[in-house]
Design a protein around this ligand. Structure first.
Ligand SMILES: Cc1cc2nc3c(=O)[nH]c(=O)nc-3n(C[C@H](O)[C@H](O)[C@H](O)COP(=O)(O)OP(=O)(O)OC[C@H]3O[C@@H](n4cnc5c(N)ncnc54)[C@H](O)[C@@H]3O)c2cc1C
Length: 383
């Protein structure tokens, strides 16, 4: 599939692949087992300049395009899916959102540290009563003089407590429904901001997922991102990019599972020959290879639309829907190809299977992706 990438994008892929194989993939199983934040992997990405890759050079980034970013998310997730989501949320949901909607002062204040990775970014919209229905959030932001006072609880927040900078959503005008939701930049260390205990998860165990608690947390007036009432617009725009990142994460996880299954099938001998010679195994491998390429192309197409400045709500949702379902299906198949070995922690495919499931849930479940796609295609037919 080289023919779809420019020389620069191919160079990005070669560089990140080598780094992941050398410094990230070998540590992934250990971090997963210990459910420990992958600091060494994060540091490797910072040291090699990947963390700020999509931010403009004036803020310390490399000004690379969305296709290059999703190539990196795929390659990182192929080695360690937990590091993949930390990187993806930091870039698309936090740094890029501040870049797109922030004031010049907010950009200069936050982006240089996000570009180097000195500070980690997070995105907090989900609440106990508002998951798929993000418009139902109740965290409130009340104006008091020249401050905003925030109260509420966010849940399931990637990198909560580890991250330094949170793009966070709260209701500033309850009388206006979803148009009364606004976005803020919240910094770790503020009085009134605390974090819950990390969730004990099925997969991506090395990424921290926890509550963000706001108790009379006071922010300066200029902590608002965009205008009052812009919150849902900002969140949905960020998620249009984020979902392409999650599609890339799913492709990376599936690619890793496919490679492990292929290599095992070529080596494992039963009935006097490698199991790769049995048609049942060949068909599974052929389906895997085909579906991975299809998912990758959908992901690149959505990223390319983003790079061209086109609206890509439908493309992002289609890519995430297809790639996450594909990753789930084929990580299960990879375990099947490894037989009993696949069911043990000695081999990586059980981790890939556990990691794949989340791609069908976060940044919008598969059911919500279908709703988004349906809404868009029905509009197309009507117009
Ligand atoms: C590991 C992890 C990391 C996460 N990271 C973040 C983060 O960094 N920031 C953040 O803000 N959030 C984060 N989330 C939250 C995540 O985005 C939500 O869990 C997700 O959007 C689903 O919301 P929910 O869990 O409340 O499920 P619900 O919305 O309660 O959904 C439950 C089920 O009902 C279905 N459903 C709901 N509504 C409909 C409908 N209208 N039609 C058909 N089916 C429907 C869903 O598809 C799902 O199958 C994370 C979650 C996890 C598990």
């Amino acid at each position: 599939m080289k023919e779809f990438l420019t020389e620069d994008q191919l160079a990005v892929r070669e560089g990140i692949r080598a780094l992941v194989e050398r410094e990230i993939a070998p540590r992934a199983a250990g971090y997963d087992r210990r459910a420990e934040f992958p600091w060494d992997s994060w540091k490797a990405l910072c040291d090699h300049g990947y963390v700020g890759m999509s931010l403009p050079e004036e803020y310390g980034g490399s000004g690379l395009d969305m296709v290059s970013l999703v190539i990196c998310v795929e390659e990182i997730s192929r080695g360690c899916a937990a590091t993949g989501v930390i990187f993806e949320v930091h870039n698309t949901l936090c740094a890029a959102t501040i870049h797109r909607f922030g004031s010049p002062a907010q950009r200069s204040r936050y982006l240089p540290d996000l570009a180097t990775g000195r500070k980690i970014g997070a995105f907090a919209i989900t609440e106990p009563g508002a998951g798929s229905d993000v418009g139902a959030i109740t965290t409130s932001a009340r104006r008091e003089g020249d401050q905003w006072v925030l109260n509420g609880r966010k849940c399931f927040i990637t990198s909560a407590g580890v991250a330094d900078i949170y793009v966070l959503f709260a209701v500033t005008d309850p009388s206006k429904g979803t148009r009364g939701i606004s976005a803020f930049v919240v910094e770790k260390g503020l009085p009134g901001l605390s974090f819950g205990k990390p969730e004990d998860k099925l997969g991506i165990r090395a990424s921290v997922t926890a509550d963000v608690v706001l108790e009379d947390c006071r922010l300066p007036a200029d902590a608002m991102l965009g205008q009052p009432g812009d919150g849902i617009k900002i969140a949905l725009s960020a998620l249009d990019d984020g979902r392409i990142g999650i599609a890339a994460q799913a492709v990376g996880i599936a690619q890793a599972a496919y490679e492990a299954a292929r290599s095992h099938a070529l080596q494992r001998v039963q009935f006097g020959r490698p199991i790769a010679e049995f048609q049942a195994i060949q068909w599974m491998l052929a389906d895997m290879a085909t579906d991975i390429e299809a998912a990758r192309l959908l992901t690149w197409r959505a990223a390319r639309a983003a790079d061209l400045g086109m609206r890509h709500t439908k493309e992002a949702a289609m890519a995430k829907l297809f790639a996450s379902r594909m990753a789930m299906k084929h990580t299960v198949a990879a375990v099947q190809i490894l037989g009993g070995y696949g069911y043990t922690r000695e081999y990586p495919v059980e981790r890939h299977l556990r990691d794949a499931k989340i791609t069908e849930i976060y940044e919008g479940t598969s059911e919500i992706m279908r709703l988004v796609v349906a809404r868009q295609i029905l509009k197309e037919v009507a117009s």
